[in-house]
Design a protein around this ligand. Structure first.
Ligand code: ARG
Length: 291
């Protein structure tokens, strides 16, 4: 049976009530950030969330956009052990593209829908302090792991959420580019999932939502797991049911759950209005993970 429109709206009521005044951090990335229709949908969803009383905070990625500009500028990618080396010229482009072009495009699109978005990088208001990320790489078990230096890639050491709280209280929607400042003023590029998780923790957010290009967490048969707890997900990482690009996302999710965030939702941003469908319906469309 096709539910009537009133039923759909009423289904959202308990969630609207529960979410009222709640801070919710959304990692925006992947397909949803390149497709024109999906971009507009996202801007609408965020604006709607704000106007029904949630406090959305968006953290965005921008890998493809960065690569495009690097390419145009003739900056050739250099790699260490398969990882892109972020040297100073590359970092300059990363900062320009993420904090400039990409960030402002999201801001403009939300404003067009009637929201009041404000773009920030982690440098603004001392929001994100970072340090150099050291990566351990072990080629084979008989040799000791080697430390890889990917350049100006950072991890979060401290979040000062004052600027976000100030903006939110005034009715603005903060849009954060994942760039942080080191202790001595150097600039670091930080993985956006990581920033989103740390921000959710620092803001005592009720929710962290990760927009990805997959439906959510899949079981060994490849079907979507709608709801699960942290223990189960940890087991699935250990027995390698979960692998590849999903692992760092899961680590971010677990970090958030262990540090006070009530629920993490992993959804497919390539589906239209994924955010609304996950948040305001009973069954959602992705995977919800609770403690
Ligand atoms: N809309 C509800 C919430 O956000 C339920 C979501 C259920 N999601 C799921 N993937 N099972 O809490």
């Amino acid at each position: 049976m096709i539910p009537n429109v009133a039923d759909i709206l009423i289904e959202a009521l308990p969630y609207i009530r529960r979410f009222y005044g709640m801070t919710i951090v959304i990692k925006y990335g992947g397909h949803a950030m390149v497709d024109e229709q999906l971009k507009e949908d996202f801007a609408r969803d965020i604006t709607l969330m704000k106007f029904v009383g949630l406090n959305p905070v968006v953290v965005h990625g921008g890998g493809p956009q960065i690569n495009l500009v690097l390419d145009r500028m003739g900056i050739r990618p250099r790699f260490v052990r398969g990882m892109r080396l972020t040297d100073q010229p590359t970092m300059d482009v990363v900062e320009m593209v993420l904090g400039g072009k990409v960030n402002k495009a999201i801001v403009a699109q939300i404003n067009q829908q009637g929201g009041k978005a404000v773009g920030l990088s982690g440098k603004d208001g001392g929001l994100i302090t970072a340090k150099k990320l050291q990566i351990l790489h072990q080629e084979n078990k008989s040799e000791p792991p080697e430390i890889i230096d990917p350049g100006l890639v950072g991890e979060v050491t401290h979040i000062n959420p004052d600027i976000i709280n100030t903006l939110t209280e005034q009715g603005f929607i903060p849009i954060v580019a994942p760039v942080g400042a080191g202790e001595s003023g150097e600039t670091y590029n930080i993985n956006a999932d990581l920033v989103a998780a740390k921000l959710a923790i620092a803001l005592s957010a009720g929710r962290l939502v990760l927009l990805t290009d997959v439906d959510g967490v899949l079981d060994s048969a490849g079907s979507l797991i709608s709801s699960m707890d942290a223990k189960t997900i940890r087991k699935m990482v250990e027995d390698k049911t979960i692998s590849g690009g999903m692992i760092p996302k899961i680590e971010c999710a677990l970090d958030a759950l262990e540090n006070g965030v009530k629920k993490v939702q992993i959804i497919n941003g390539a589906k239209r209005h994924a955010l609304l469908l996950e948040l305001f319906t009973d069954s959602g469309i992705g995977t919800e993970v609770t403690k």
